[in-house]
Design a binder for this molecule. Structure first.
Ligand SMILES: NC(=O)c1ccc[n+]([C@@H]2O[C@H](COP(=O)([O-])OP(=O)(O)OC[C@H]3O[C@@H](n4cnc5c(N)ncnc54)[C@H](O)[C@@H]3O)[C@@H](O)[C@H]2O)c1
Length: 241
C-alpha cells in the first residue's frame, strides 16, 4: 500500500519544478495523478512517463469556468477528488515603486486568484465525498519584507491567509476537508534557475524540488489527518533567523 494509494490527486503546475516532483511522488505512492498545467506539451510528456491511470488536464488556474469544467471532468472520470495541490505560480521581480498595476494584477491572478478558485471548487467537490486534502504552495516570502518581490510576496501572504480561513471554514462545516500550506525557501527549479545545493549569500544552499514535494506528500496523505490550517516552512532555517 502506497501512502497515497488510489487517491485522486489534482496538481496544478505539475509539469515543472515542485509540481513535477509532487506528481512523481504521488504516483510513486499509488496515487491517481491528474496533472493540470498551461503547458500542454510538457504536461502530456510527464503523464506519458507516469502511465495509466495518470492523466493531463489543460487548466489556466486564473479561469473559473476552466476550474468548474476541470473538476467536473476529474469527478466524472475517477468518481471523486481527494487531493488538490495549488502549486502553479509565477515569479515577478519588481519593487513597490516600479511595479505597474498590470504586473500586480498578473501576479495576483495566477498566485492568489488561482488558489482561491481551486479551494472554492475543490472544497465543494471534496465535501460531497466526505472530505479531502488541499495543499497550497505559498513561499517563505509570505512572512517578511521582500523588496524586489512586492507582488509575489503579497500574493503568497494571500495564500497563507486563504489556507487558514479555508481550514477553519471546513472544520466548522465538519466536511472532512483539510487545508494546509507549504512555504519553501529558494528551490532549484526553472522558475529560479538555481542548482540544487547552490550556495546563496546569506541564505545557505538552494533546496531540491523533492524537498518540498516530501512536505506536500505528508500534508496530502492521511498521516496528516489531524493537521489542518498549518503552514509548513521548508527553507532550512532561513525564516528561523
Ligand atoms: N522555486 C522556488 O524557489 C520557490 C520558492 C517558494 C515558492 N515557490 C512556489 O512553488 C510553486 C512552483 O514553483 P516552481 O519553482 O516549481 O515553478 P516552475 O516555473 O518550475 O513551474 C510552475 C508551473 O506552473 C505552470 N503555470 C504557470 N502559470 C499557470 C497558470 N496560469 N495555470 C496553470 N499552470 C500554470 C507552469 O507552466 C509550470 O509548469 C509556485 O507557486 C512558486 O511560487 C517556488
Amino acid at each position: 500500500m502506497g501512502r497515497m494509494q488510489d487517491k485522486v490527486c489534482l496538481v496544478t503546475g505539475g509539469a515543472s519544478g515542485i509540481g513535477l516532483a509532487t506528481t512523481k511522488a504521488f504516483a510513486r505512492e499509488g496515487g491517481i495523478v491528474v496533472l493540470a498545467d498551461l503547458d500542454e506539451a510538457a504536461g502530456r510528456e510527464v503523464v506519458g512517463g507516469l502511465g495509466e491511470p495518470a492523466s493531463f488536464l489543460a487548466l489556466d488556474v486564473t479561469d473559473e469556468a476552466a476550474w468548474e469544467t476541470g473538476i467536473a471532468q476529474v469527478v466524472a472520470r475517477y468518481g471523486r477528488l481527494d487531493v488538490l495541490v495549488n502549486n502553479a505560480g509565477i515569479l515577478s521581480g519588481t519593487d513597490v515603486v516600479s511595479t505597474t498595476m498590470e504586473e500586480w494584477r498578473r501576479v495576483m491572478a495566477v498566485n492568489a486568484d488561482g488558489p482561491f478558485l481551486g479551494c472554492k471548487h475543490a472544497v465543494a467537490a471534496m465535501a460531497e465525498v466526505g472530505g479531502g486534502s488541499i495543499v497550497n504552495v505559498a513561499s517563505m516570502a509570505s512572512y517578511s519584507g521582500a523588496p524586489p518581490l512586492v507582488a509575489y510576496a503579497a500574493s503568497k501572504a494571500v495564500v497563507r491567509s486563504l489556507t487558514q480561513t479555508t481550514a477553519v471554514y471546513c472544520m466548522d462545516q465538519r466536511n472532512g476537508v483539510r487545508c494546509n500550506s507549504v512555504h519553501p525557501g529558494p528551490i532549484a527549479t526553472p522558475m529560479t534557475g538555481l542548482q540544487s545545493g547552490q550556495e546563496l549569500p546569506g541564505l545557505g544552499a538552494a533546496g531540491a524540488p523533492e524537498d518540498v514535494a516530501n512536505g506536500i506528500l505528508y500534508l496530502a496523505s492521511d498521516e496528516a489527518r489531524h493537521v489542518n490550517g498549518t503552514a509548513l516552512v521548508i527553507d532550512n532555517a532561513i525564516t528561523a533567523r
